[in-house]
Design a protein around this ligand. Structure first.
Ligand code: PLP
Length: 317
């Protein structure tokens, strides 16, 4: 396969069978479990799709005039993906991140030549959002993709992620996404409501007070504008421990090295598999690669202290 540029190598990810991870009762009933392996993109996450869609939407709206600079509050996957797309298209970009973001996160965007602007550590990701929004309001050279409010985010999943699942698994009965901005879940739900309404669309959400890196709990008091939960089958709560255990098992038993949010979607998929009709097909999103979490003790860290170990990673979306 030949491409003009790396930004074209986004999406069209494979479904990989992981039936070995099903509960015995589900496997005996002929249920099938599939990972939608989003971690294969250029920056190793589903945000390669989102970032491309956000930048393309700005371009279509005529907002990428010469002299503009992209500005987004994120120290996570979206930051790395935006930085990659911006580098490939020659657009300067500034990412606002809390001053305590880890070195790994800084490297993941600086490697692409992105500029980092720090917001106060104690204000967390909300402080980064507030600072970026203030800067964009005061200076028109800044253009903010704004993944939390830009409908290009759910749209790209409705247009690409969901149809890919249906094309590769026409017999799909249920899909499970993680809840970050809500873009993936909303896009999947909109597509299946139209294309195959009996498909259940579940989201994995951290239990209140739990930090599952990459995901957010609606109980934290912030509901992203792009999230439309009216078409979702339901939200299923997972703990960080369950997510990490599931992600470790995925790597050790199937060879797919994915991060904690994938552990969360896998854990939810296994729960619904127990009650699934014989022969059902369940797809979960493998959102990002696991190597990004090594320094946080992801591989062998003590699970009882995992919340603390991943503290520095809670802005990873
Ligand atoms: C690692 C990871 N998993 C899952 C998600 C959730 O995706 P979405 O923002 O589409 O809800 C994100 C981003 O938010 C993420 O970075």
């Amino acid at each position: 396969m030949r491409y003009e540029r790396i930004t074209d190598v986004v999406g069209a990810t494979p479904l990989v069978a992981v039936d070995a991870l099903l509960p015995d009762v589900a496997r005996a009933a002929g249920v099938h479990l599939w990972a939608k392996v989003e971690l294969l993109g250029p920056t190793g996450s589903i945000k390669d799709r989102t970032a491309k869609a956000l930048i393309d939407a700005l371009d279509r709206d005529g907002r990428l005039r010469p002299g503009v600079r992209l500005l987004e509050p994120t120290s996570g996957n979206t930051g790395a993906a935006l930085a990659m797309h911006a580098a490939a298209r020659g657009i300067p970009i500034t990412l606002v991140m809390p001053a305590n973001a880890t070195e790994e996160r800084r490297h993941a965007v600086r490697a692409f030549g992105a500029e980092i602007l720090e917001s106060p550590a104690e204000e967390g990701s909300n402080g980064a959002v507030a600072l970026a929004r203030r800067m964009a309001a005061e200076d028109s050279t800044y253009v903010m993709p704004d993944q939390y409010a830009n409908r290009a985010n759910p749209d790209v999943h409705e247009r690409t992620t969901a149809p890919e699942i249906l094309a590769d698994c026409p017999e799909v009965d249920a899909v499970v996404a993680g809840l970050g901005t809500g873009g993936t879940a909303t896009g999947l739900a909109r597509f299946f409501a139209r294309a195959k309404p009996n498909v259940a669309v579940w989201v994995a959400e951290p239990m209140p007070g739990e930090k599952v890196t990459g995901l957010r709990s609606l109980a934290d008091g912030f509901t992203p504008e792009v999230l439309d939960d009216t078409l979702l089958t339901g939200r299923i709560l997972v703990s960080n421990r369950e997510s990490i255990v599931a992600a470790r098992e995925l790597a050790r038993r199937t060879g797919i090295l994915a991060g904690p949010s994938t552990g969360a979607t896998l854990a939810v998929a296994r729960r619904i598999a127990r009650d699934a009709a014989p022969g059902s097909n369940i797809v979960f999103i493998a959102c990002d690669a696991g190597w990004k979490y090594f320094s946080a003790g992801f591989v062998e860290g003590d699970l009882d202290n995992m919340d603390d170990a991943l503290e520095g990673d809670v802005f990873w979306w």
